[in-house]
Design a protein around this ligand. Sequence first.
Ligand code: GRF
Length: 196
Amino acid sequence: MTGRRRTAVLISGRGSNMQALVSAAKAPDYPAEIALVVSNRPDAAGLDYARDQGIAAVAVDHKAFSDRVSFEDALDTVLGEHGIDLVACAGFMRILSPAFVEKWLGRLLNIHPSLLPAYRGLNTHERVLGDCASAHGCTVHFMVAELDAGPIIAQSRVPVLEGDSADTLAARVLQAEHETYPQALASVASGEVFLN
Ligand code: GRF
């Protein structure tokens, strides 16, 4: 391996997936280093966690910008300043424009709480329950301009159990996310998986 890939994690809130990536990256043979955490929300709890871990943590508040392009320019500048090579979105609640996605194509990952291509978009747990589906899960994929539509890197399946609420189901999926994302990031950072 020629050095660990410098990775930024983009968050908007509690950042439990980011924490799972940070933990995994503590292993000396993990092929990525979490070098930066960025939140579009200055009050995201995940920023404090990252700082406590000694990781650079930056808020790029989307509300401070008049449009998406200027917000993304600022985000891209921060990524550049930190020498970032891979970007892992983890509960990052902003849509990224086609131009930004194109610039980072193949180096921009996202985790989504469903077995894509099923249940793109929001409120996946509620929709799974509404459909009485028997299985649910999570997907890590390369981001493309179309939302939740990029090539799949890894998926994990969990059962939907009788009596599940959106909360109990979300907790089961989240546990799967915390295992799946570190594995998926490692497979991309090591070069084993790439966008063709
Ligand atoms: C996760 O379920 C993720 O899949 C979804 O938002 C949630 C973020 O949770 N996009 P966290 O901030 O990583 O704890």
